[in-house]
Design a protein around this ligand. Structure first.
Ligand code: FPP
Length: 243
């Protein structure tokens, strides 16, 4: 029995499956993961950050072109100061270390309202974007101080400032004024942790996204889970309002 288990062939991905060009992930469940281990919530965020690196590398390996992760929402400032400070420190550590991503050919970009972020983090974000600008592999977008409604408010303000007439405003006008204007909408949005909502994430861009939910807490999310999400995505019948 043990020998059989040892030789059990790893499940192969079907040859003709489609890898979504753009996957978006709500990295939820860090706090509960920590609580289950009697650890402080901040330990959950540290584990979540490590998991993000692993999943981004794997996405790069299997040919995902764009990955957007929800790292900090415009609403997350409501958390206790101690937790917010700890998350900001995780960002600092991660950004100082982001040269690793460059060496793996992963391009980093950030979406969200930078004006609300500490100055040193804004500088580190700009540096990380600059350092990885020539990478040709996965484009990884971290949503920091991001809210979908806030994004639309900024887009509308910009459209008004540019003096675009009401009758000339189309869906493309909106799409070209949001943070994600340079990349396609996500085909697949993954939310672990047993919550079944978008929580203000990519609300414009997700109009026709496929959703994949699971009870797994983010730090426990594995590359096998990602493979499962992609396999399930391949079984979906996307009709975009047609028949
Ligand atoms: C949601 O879990 C997680 C957050 C609001 C913060 C996410 C931050 C990280 C994963 C760190 C990211 C860092 C990098 C560098 C990507 P939760 O705290 O809401 O968990 P809970 O629902 O179990 O309380």
């Amino acid at each position: 029995m043990i020998i059989l288990a040892f030789f059990k062939k790893k499940k192969e991905a079907p040859i003709n499956r489609i890898i979504p060009e753009h996957i978006a992930i709500i990295m939820d469940g860090n706090g509960r993961w920590a609580k289950n281990r009697s650890l402080p919530r901040t330990a959950g965020h540290a584990a979540g950050s490590k998991k993000f690196k692993e999943i981004a590398r794997y996405c790069n390996k299997i040919g995902v072109k764009h990955l957007t992760v929800y790292a900090f929402s415009t609403e997350n400032w409501r958390r206790p100061k101690e937790e917010v400070d700890a998350i900001m420190n995780i960002f600092r550590d991660y950004l100082r270390d982001s040269a690793n991503f460059k060496s793996e050919n992963i391009k980093l970009e950030f979406i969200g309202d930078r004006s609300g972020m500490p100055d040193d983090i804004v500088q580190l974000m700009a540096q990380a974007e600059y350092d990885s600008k020539d990478a040709t592999g996965l484009k990884c977008y971290m949503a920091i101080n991001y809210g979908g409604r806030d994004e639309l408010v900024h887009a509308v303000r910009d459209i008004v400032k540019e003096g675009i007439c009401a009758e000339n405003i189309t869906e493309d006008t909106i799409s070209s004024h949001i943070y994600t204007k340079h990349y396609p909408d996500p085909e697949l949005i993954i939310r672990p942790s047993g919550e079944y909502r978008l929580s203000n994430f990519l609300i414009w861009q997700s109009a026709y996204s496929e959703f994949w939910f699971s009870n797994i807490l983010w730090p426990d999310f594995s590359t096998e889970d990602l493979e499962q999400a992609i396999d399930d995505y391949n079984k979906r019948n996307r009709r975009f309002g047609g028949v």
